[in-house]
Design a protein around this ligand. Structure first.
Ligand SMILES: [Zn+2]
Length: 610
């Protein structure tokens, strides 16, 4: 048994999430966490909403509300959507908790003490009316190279050149049209070059990562520059240094605080369980003081797997490891770990590619979008989870189309899996009323072959999920389903109506139901809602696939109350074949999956067209 941290990317709380988002970070992390728990590991799955930064501040100003009020609204919407999808977070929290502030400040202080955070005078744009940093992408002007009049502060979309906002001709704020002021201002920088060698050593020791992630991350090391980690802003975590702590105009930059969420959420989880040190089993190298630095599970029993879309790789494979290494004192300036101890670097950075929609990029502003909430109002969570698992952007960009969603749902989920369950349970209920016994005459070769194929699935499917190859894993599970359907057609138990044939009919149905039970376990990480129903159809009781709950909790340190997602995942089926007992009562089943009418394709396309 290992301690397995499933660290899931933090959705930004400036609006509801669409299905592209949850196909990248959401469903794959849940499949992994559910499987690892079923296989007997001690899993901690954490995340929350990312709530600081300029976009939330700008949007809140536009609506005339506080940034906190805006974040409150979307934190709740997002947590509710993730709950409805059945994502089994041990804790889904937020970055505005006092616990998070304290952990961010501890990491900042520790890195500062070790010399990896250094002050620097820079020229930055501020809004003259608010005094806040105006980030590069919020500045627009004429490109000094090609003359294009809508170049952004960071880049010209016409000639493609990288720009510095101070070089723009006639720069304007995109927020309110005013001319930004360029001032000298003091900020803190993360000294990434001092951590580059340690990062390179660590990346060279990584095994089993997707090659594109590893290549991309190593390339970044060739040109690491110090990176600003504070801003002129009043919405964010205060800087924990004397002379800075009480300044209302300087805050820690949102990206720095957000990645620390993985650690702060783990600590919050531990504090809420009543064992405030429990997070250490997932974060500190085993053997504590004497542990190998940056072990990240290779030498201890703790593993950490980070899930995100590909636009976020740099934060997880370079920036976050740099923070952890700097805090632990592992760069060229050495140093000592702070009170949290040495912290493990990621075992795996699992990045997904992009999902597009009907051939176009998701875009909320251009209405090329379907939000999770709207999707789940019309379709079942497992129908979406199935699509993401079999056709999602695991290692290539993939396209969501309503026609393909309809086909996958009706041909594979309903006609393949649902129908196998339905006709087998119906036939057994009608002819026996219970799970029929195996004929004392024994099993045929065909019976044995099918049972063996299902049992073998535990190793293949489990191994593939453990190596983050979920598409292939669900393919193997569905292959067991296809073999069971083929077996039923060949054995044709419905023809064995004579009393003399009934023992053989019972054997065939017993075998079919056993294989359904096994396939249901194999599919549980992917389709937890229907897995619970199928478990009950087979006469099972109790929790088969535990579900998250949304709870209102008090801030542990006196801040405002907020909702969290959590759950008791110690219950639930194990990753193994459980023999079905003959004689267990069965009742006539209701359909598990909903067959969709082909007209939904045109309806949804019409909605998309507005
Ligand atoms: Zn240009």
């Amino acid at each position: 048994m290992s301690h397995v941290l499933a660290a899931v990317a933090w959705p930004y709380a400036n609006g509801p999430r669409h299905i592209g988002h949850v196909s990248g970070f959401g469903v794959p992390s849940d499949v992994f966490a559910r499987y690892m728990r079923m296989a007997g590991h001690d899993v901690l799955m954490v995340s929350g909403t990312d709530e600081h930064g300029t976009p939330i501040q700008v949007q809140a100003d536009a609506e005339g509300v506080t940034p906190r009020a805006l974040a409150d609204r979307y934190n709740r919407v997002i947590a509710e959507d993730l709950r409805a999808l059945g994502l089994s977070y041990d804790l889904f929290t937020r970055t505005t908790t006092r616990n998070h502030y304290a952990v961010v400040q501890e990491l900042f202080s520790g890195m500062h003490r070790n010399g990896y955070i250094v002050p620097k005078i820079t020229v930055g744009a501020i809004s003259p009316s608010t005094g806040r940093t105006l980030p590069d992408r919020y500045i627009e002007g004429t490109c000094p190279i090609c003359g294009y009049d809508s170049a952004r502060g960071d880049q010209c979309d016409n000639c493609g050149n990288q720009l510095d906002p101070v070089d723009l001709i006639n720069p304007k704020s995109k927020i309110n049209g005013e001319t930004p002021e360029f001032i000298e201002t003091e900020h803190f920088f993360l000294d990434l070059p001092a951590l580059a060698d340690a990062l390179r050593q660590w990346l060279d020791s990584r095994e089993g990562w997707r090659p594109n992630v590893l290549r991309f991350s190593k390339n970044l090391l060739d040109d690491l520059q110090p990176r600003a980690i504070t801003r002129d802003l009043d919405w964010g975590v205060p800087i924990p240094l004397d002379g800075w702590r009480d300044r209302p105009d300087k805050r820690i930059y949102v990206w720095f605080d957000a990645v620390i969420g993985y650690l702060s959420a783990s600590i919050e989880w531990a504090r809420r369980t009543g064992d405030p040190e429990a997070w250490r089993k997932f974060w500190n190298p085993q053997g504590a003081e004497g542990g190998t630095p940056s072990g990240g599970g290779a030498d201890g029993d703790a593993q950490s797997h980070y899930f995100m879309g590909k636009d976020n790789i740099v934060f997880h494979s370079v920036i976050w490891p740099a923070l952890l290494g700097g805090y632990s004192g592992e760069g060229s300036r050495d140093g000592e770990p702070g009170r949290l101890g040495r912290l493990n670097l990621p075992t795996e950075v699992v990045s997904s590619e992009y999902l597009t929609m009907e051939g176009r990029k998701f875009s909320s502003s251009r209405k090329v979008v379907i939000y999770v909430r709207d999707f789940l109002e019309r379709y079942d969570a497992d129908a979406l989870r199935y699509f993401i698992a079999v056709a999602g952007p695991e290692s290539n960009d993939t396209d969501f189309t309503w026609a393909e969603f309809l086909r996958r749902n009706n041909d594979e989920l309903v006609a393949g899996w649902g129908n196998l369950v339905n006709r087998s349970v119906s036939m057994a209920a009608k002819n026996f009323g219970v799970i029929p016994p195996i004929d004392p005459a024994g099993l045929t070769e065909a019976d044995e072959a099918l049972l063996a194929a299902a049992r073998a699935g535990f190793e293949t499917v489990g191994g593939l999920i453990g190596r983050h190859r979920q598409k292939q894993a669900i393919g193997e599970a569905m292959r067991v389903v296809a073999e069971a359907n083929k077996y039923l057609s060949e054995q044709a138990p419905w023809k064995l109506k004579d009393e003399a044939d009934k023992p053989r009919m019972g054997t065939i149905l017993h075998v079919a139901l056993q294989v359904i039970s096994d396939a249901n376990t194999l599919l549980t990480p992917f389709l937890p809602h229907s897995a619970q129903k199928i478990h009950e159809l087979l006469g099972g009781t109790g929790v088969h696939a535990p579900m998250p709950v949304l709870e209102e909790v008090d801030d542990l340190d006196g801040g405002p109350a907020y909702p969290v997602l959590t759950g008791d995942y110690t219950v639930g089926t194990r990753w193994e074949s459980v023999p079905l007992e003959a004689g267990r009562p069965l009742s006539a089943p209701k359909p598990i999956f909903r067959k969709l009418d082909p007209s939904i394709v045109d309806e949804e396309l019409a909605r998309l067209a507005g």
